[in-house]
Write a protein that binds this ligand. Structure first.
Ligand code: PLP
Length: 284
């Protein structure tokens, strides 16, 4: 694989980052994941905007102009022959001279790394046809989940808890309400209405979420942005989640209780189709 590190395209085994990098020592970094369909980028502008916001919230310098970032994405897609897959981007506060909680001086160059993940068949995932099972777990993350930091230990633990329970993912719960999935935004459907948690610092503002809600409203579907409980989700007609890597994914079981018929529902199925069709049309 050809990867990108600090301005250079290199074979992955020649790409290196300092052991003093603050991403490594303090999880002092942010990331984005953009999907590729038909060799083109889905929602690049949304990801670039959120990246700029995450960097701004952490007082980090943006080391790359959006046009140049687009060019790096395109070059990696080309160099690695990606037709369907993902592009991972990470920017950290860079390598300080030594380990220190205080940030290094302003002139410390940020570290920027991008690599591709080839995922043939991403859009035609068999999981979208069967739906996936989730468990609920307590949300033990920090309080700024709107910033897309590389601090992903708790979501990783949640994934492992789900696997141990024979499930695919975990929905996190705080003060009795679902916040989001380990790496996705959560939704239920009741009486034809799509319900998903409102935006705040409690959840990541999903780029896929924004697109899916826009398509839903354009298709005259009713949308309500508010918190919902696990019991409400278990009693819903349908559930699903969204993310750049899974698009729209039906959820058919929560804590062992079947949701609706226990199969992917019509709203999730239709939204997945609309999302894929519409996103492909405007991919760049
Ligand atoms: N919520 C969390 C915690 C995530 O990690 C992600 C994606 O990684 C999402 C939601 C979905 O965001 P997006 O649609 O921008 O991929």
């Amino acid at each position: 694989r050809t990867v990108y590190v600090n301005g250079k395209y290199l074979p992955e085994n020649e790409a290196t980052v300092s052991i003093f990098d603050r991403g490594f020592l303090f999880a002092d970094g942010v990331y984005e994941v953009t999907s590729v369909l038909d060799g083109k980028l889905i929602d690049f502008d949304g990801h670039a905007r959120r990246l700029a916001r995450s960097l701004g919230e952490l007082g980090m310098r943006n080391p790359i102009a959006t046009e140049d970032l687009l060019e790096v994405h395109r070059e990696l897609v080309r160099a690695n022959g990606i037709v369907e897959g993902l592009i991972y981007l990470q920017i950290t506060r860079g390598a300080a001279a030594d380990r220190d909680f205080a940030y290094p001086s302003e002139d410390t160059p940020p570290t920027i790394v991008l690599f591709t993940q080839n995922k043939p068949g991403l859009a035609d995932s068999p999981m979208a046809k069967t739906g996936i099972k989730v468990i609920s777990i307590e949300d033990q993350r920090w309080a700024r989940r709107d910033i897309k930091t590389v601090q992903l230990l708790y979501p990783s633990m949640g994934k492992m808890m789900a696997k141990a329970a024979g499930c695919d993912d975990a929905w996190m719960v705080e003060d009795g309400a679902v916040t989001e999935g380990t790496s996705n935004n959560a939704y239920i459907v009741k009486g034809g209405k799509i319900i998903t948690r409102h935006l705040s610092n409690d959840i990541l503002h999903g780029i896929t979420r924004a697109a899916v809600l826009r398509f839903a409203r354009e298709a005259q579907m009713e949308v309500e942005e508010r918190a919902f409980t696990v019991a409400e989700a278990q009693d819903a007609d349908e559930a699903f989640f969204t993310s750049a890597s899974a698009f729209v994914m039906p959820v058919v079981e929560l804590d062992g209780a079947a949701i609706g018929t226990g199969a992917p529902g019509p709203v999730a199925t239709r939204l997945r189709e609309i999302y894929l069709d519409e996103s492909r049309k405007v991919a760049i």
